[in-house]
Design a protein around this ligand. Structure first.
Ligand SMILES: O=P(O)(O)OC[C@H]1O[C@H](OP(=O)(O)OP(=O)(O)O)[C@H](O)[C@@H]1O
Ligand SMILES: NC(=O)CC[C@H](N)C(=O)O
Ligand SMILES: [Mg+2]
Length: 499
C-alpha cells in the first residue's frame, strides 16, 4: 500500500509535500520521493528509506515550485531493492509528465507487451506503475493529437486508461505547464480524496490517499474522488471533474479499514476509527459465543492498529482493558516490511510485555488481523513468558486465506497461516488457548453501518472473490511463482536466514 499526494498551491510546496508524506508514512516504509514543477522544469528526488531519512536540507532546496507530487512506497510489483522503481516516475512525452500510483495492476505484463509492440514504448523497470504511466502518456498523446491539450483530451485519456488497465489504481499525475490530474479506478479499490484551503493568493488544492494528510497540513477535506472519476486542476487553480468510467461501482478495499489506514482518516465518508470501534462490537458478540467470559481477566490490544477494536470489545463485554504491551515508537509497521526474517525480528524489537499485567492472569489479546501469524505467534509467546495463565486471541478480521492482487503484498497462499487450517489448528499454531475470528459479514457491516451506500467491498483476501473478475487459478499460480518465496507460514527461506 503506498501513500500518494499532489498539491496545486500558490506558494512553495516542498515542505508541505514532505509534511504530508510524514502523515502517510504508515502506508509505505521502503522508499519516498517528491517531484515539483518550477518554471519549465520538473525537479525530483527519491531514495530508499523513511521520509525523514530520505530528504536532507540540500534535497529540499532542490525542489522549488508551487505544485508537485509525493509518494511513500510499499512495493507490490518489482522489488524493494530498486530505487528506479521508487516514485514519482517521469516521462518526457507528451508534454512531460510526473506520476505517482497507489495500487497494483493485474494486467501489467500484457500492457507492457502491448506498449512495446504496438505503442512503441519501452518500460525500464519491473514496476506496474511505470507501465500505467506509459499507458496514460500514450492515451494523452492520442487524445491531444492536434497538439493542444485541454480538459476534454485529459478526460478522454483517463477514460482510455480505464478501458485498458485492470486492477487497483489511485493516481496523481502532473503535466508540465498544464496542471495536475487525479483519478481512481472504476471500483475505487484504493482510496483518494480532495482537499482545499483558501489563501490570499487564491484556493490551493491537495489530493491524497488519506484525509489525515490533508487535515494534518491545514487543508479541509472536500470529498473523496469517486470510482472512475478524474479531477483536473489547471495551472491557475481551476478545478474540473468528470466521470470517465463506463460502469463505475464503489467496492473499496476492506483491508484499508481493518489495518492500512490511520484511525484519524475518513475514507469514502467512513471514519476509520469509528469503523474499528464497530468491528470491536461485532467481535465482542463472537467472543461471548465462543469463550467463557468468566474465564477472561483482562483484554489487551496488540499495538497499534487494534487499539480501537480492543477497547470497544472490552467495554461491550464489561471486561477490564489494559495496555500490557508497550510499543517501541522507533520501530515501524512490521507487516509491510520486506522479508519474513526482518518482520519476525521486528515484532520482538517493537513490542515488549509489562509482566505485572500478565502474571497469573487469563488474558484475551485482540489484534486487527492475523495474516502470516508472525505477530500473533511472537506475542502469545511473550504473554506466556510474562507469566500469563491462559492466553486467548481474537482477530477483528476474518482468516486471511487468499492472496491479495490489488496493492497488499501477500502474493502466496503458503505464507498465510489460515490456509489449510481451521480455527482450532490456527490456535494451536500460534500457541493460544482459544481463538475467535470476526465473520466477513460482520466486518463489512461494521463499515456499511457508517456508509450504507457502500454496497460491496473488495474483500478477496477473505473470500477469494476478486472484484475485477480477471483473476483465476492460473493467475494466482503465476503470481506465486514470480513473487512468492513458497515457504511455509512463519518459516524463513535460506537467504532470509542469512540476514
Ligand atoms: O499476522 P501478521 O503477518 O503478523 O500480520 C498482522 C499484524 O501486522 C500488523 O501490525 P503492524 O506491526 O504492521 O502495524 P501496527 O503497529 O499498525 O499494528 C497488524 O496490525 C497485525 O498486528
Ligand atoms: N502498494 C502500492 O500501492 C504499490 C505501488 C506499485 N504497485 C509498486 O509496487 O510500487
Ligand atoms: Mg499490528
Amino acid at each position: 500500500m503506498c501513500g500518494i499526494v499532489g498539491v496545486a498551491g500558490a506558494s512553495p510546496v516542498n515542505q508541505l509535500i514532505y509534511d504530508s508524506l510524514l502523515l502517510l508514512q504508515h502506508r509505505g516504509q521502503d522508499a519516498a520521493g517528491i517531484s515539483t514543477s518550477h518554471e519549465q522544469f520538473f525537479n525530483m528526488y527519491k531514495a530508499h528509506g523513511l521520509v525523514r531519512d530520505v530528504f536532507r536540507t540540500r534535497n529540499m532546496r532542490s525542489l522549488p515550485g508551487n505544485s508537485g507530487l509525493g509518494q511513500v512506497r510499499y512495493p507490490t510489483a518489482g522489488s524493494s531493492d530498486s530505487v528506479d522503481e521508487a516514485q514519482p516516475f517521469y516521462v518526457n512525452a507528451p508534454f512531460g509528465i510526473t506520476f505517482v500510483h497507489n495500487g497494483n495492476l493485474t494486467n501489467w505484463r500484457e500492457l507492457r507487451e502491448a506498449l512495446f509492440k504496438i505503442d512503441r514504448r519501452h518500460i525500464n523497470t519491473n514496476s506496474d506503475s511505470e507501465v500505467l504511466l506509459n499507458v496514460f502518456a500514450h492515451e494523452l498523446q492520442m487524445a491531444s493529437s492536434g497538439g493542444t491539450l485541454n480538459e476534454d483530451a485529459i478526460f478522454k485519456a483517463v477514460a482510455a486508461v480505464h478501458r485498458r488497465a485492470r486492477g487497483a489504481y489511485a493516481v496523481i499525475a502532473q503535466i508540465a505547464s498544464y496542471g495536475i490530474v487525479a483519478f481512481r479506478d472504476p471500483h475505487g479499490i484504493r482510496p483518494l480524496c480532495l482537499g482545499s484551503r483558501e489563501t490570499d493568493d487564491g484556493t490551493e488544492w491537495m489530493v491524497a490517499s488519506e484525509s489525515v494528510a490533508l487535515t494534518g497540513c491545514g487543508y479541509n477535506l472536500v470529498r473523496d474522488v469517486q470510482p472512475g472519476e478524474a479531477i483536473f486542476i489547471d495551472i491557475d487553480g481551476k478545478l474540473a471533474s468528470r466521470q470517465c468510467a463506463e460502469a463505475p461501482e464503489l467496492t473499496p478495499c476492506v483491508f484499508e479499514y481493518v489495518y492500512f489506514a490511520r484511525p484519524d482518516s475518513v475514507m469514502d465518508t467512513v471514519s476509520i476509527y469509528h469503523a474499528r470501534l464497530r468491528m470491536g462490537e461485532y467481535l465482542a458478540d463472537n467472543v461471548a459465543k465462543a469463550l467463557r467470559l468468566g474465564e477472561i481477566d483482562v483484554v489487551m490490544p496488540i499495538p497499534d492498529s487494534s487499539r480501537p477494536s480492543a477497547m470497544q470489545l472490552a467495554s461491550h463485554l464489561g471486561l477490564d482493558y489494559r495496555e500490557g504491551f508497550i510499543k517501541n515508537r522507533y520501530v515501524g509497521r512490521t507487516f509491510i516490511m520486506p522479508g519474513q526474517a526482518v518482520r519476525k525480528k521486528s515484532v520482538r524489537q517493537k513490542l515488549s510485555a509489562i509482566d505485572m499485567e500478565f502474571r497469573g492472569k487469563n488474558v484475551l489479546l485482540v489484534d486487527d488481523s492475523i495474516v502470516r501469524g508472525t505477530t500473533s505467534r511472537e506475542i502469545v509467546d511473550m504473554a506466556r513468558a510474562a507469566g500469563a495463565n491462559k492466553v486467548f486471541f481474537a482477530s477483528a478480521a476474518p482468516p486471511v486465506r487468499f492472496p491479495n492482487v490489488y496493492g497488499i503484498d501477500m502474493p502466496t497462499r503458503s505464507e498465510l497461516i489460515a490456509v489449510g487450517r481451521d480455527t482450532a489448528d490456527i490456535a494451536r499454531e500460534i500457541g493460544a488457548n482459544g481463538l475467535v475470528y470476526q465473520n466477513i459479514e460482520d466486518l463489512e457491516q461494521s463499515i456499511r453501518d457508517l456508509n450504507p451506500a457502500i454496497r460491496g467491498f473488495e474483500s478477496s483476501c477473505f473470500t477469494g472473490d476478486y472484484v475485477t473478475g480477471d483473476i483465476d487459478e492460473a493467475y494466482l499460480q503465476r503470481l506465486e511463482q514470480t513473487r512468492g518465496h513458497a515457504q511455509p507460514a512463519g518459516e524463513m527461506s535460506t537467504s532470509e536466514k542469512d540476514d
